[in-house]
Design a protein around this ligand. Structure first.
Ligand code: 1GP
Length: 232
């Protein structure tokens, strides 16, 4: 069953459990009107730092989900879980084997009704996500399409995530991907540091994810919420 508990999310803040965030900043983020807080990071995510941040976000009524990218950071108590699969890598660890290892250890505890696979297409070669997963990130719009078809039409993954982490992506590529989707919810993340960029991404993506700018420029981060909501 796939009831898509995240279907209504248009704007999401992604927080990295490894990074420090003070109470005032977290307060502003959680009360910003965003649809959800997603916890995740490409490195340094542990059980302790994930539990700690979850407990702090739990003071607010906003949805809080976890992107499960390490076994260490698999923590119960979230509203939902995304299990990432990197579609554009030839390293089987990130395609399937780490996910399998997770199920071999913790499969009996997975809340299936609140767990979704997300097919990542990682497109910024310089990002930690691309380096860690050995993604073949230098893809044109044309090159990306077979990955989109694989994720959306053959495997029927419920989420397709266009990931430019750290750099604002090619919006014409994003538009091309959006036009090609049959059923997956399209997430976009990467380099959104202003209302204008958030609005551009929201034109094509179902769900816009805003990460780093939270730590660099809080006001700019907050401005992305209304920019996305205005596009709906
Ligand atoms: C990272 O897609 C998210 O996984 C957000 O990217 O940190 O560049 O906003 P930024």
């Amino acid at each position: 069953m796939d009831n898509r508990w995240y279907a209504h999310w248009r704007h999401v803040f992604k927080l990295d459990p490894e990074k420090e965030i003070d109470d005032a900043t977290l307060d502003a983020i959680c009360l910003s009107g965003t649809d959800a807080i997603l916890l995740g990071g490409s490195s340094g995510v542990t059980f302790d730092n994930t539990v700690d941040l979850l407990a702090r976000v739990r003071r607010y009524s906003v949805d809080c989900a976890l992107e499960v990218s390490t076994l260490d950071g698999a923590v119960p108590g979230f509203d939902g879980y995304f299990v990432p699969f990197v579609m554009n890598t030839k390293n089987a660890d990130w395609l399937m084997l780490k996910q399998l290892e997770g199920l071999q250890q913790y499969g009996a505890f997975v809340p299936w009704e609140a767990t979704a696979a997300s097919g990542y297409i990682v497109l910024n070669e310089q990002s930690t996500a691309a380096k860690v997963s050995e993604a073949e990130a230098n893809l044109s719009s044309q090159d990306v399409l077979p990955y989109v078809w694989l994720t959306d039409r053959l495997l029927h993954m419920p989420v397709l995530y266009i990931e430019y982490s750290g750099r604002f992506g090619d919006m014409s590529l994003l538009a091309r991907v959006a036009a090609e989707l049959d059923q997956a919810q399209l997430f976009y993340g990467g380099g959104i540091d202003s209302a204008d960029k958030a609005a551009q991404a929201a034109k094509h993506a179902d769900t816009v994810v805003v990460g780093n700018v939270v730590y660099d420029n809080l006001q700019a981060a907050i401005s992305t919420v209304q920019a996305v909501k205005r596009m709906v």
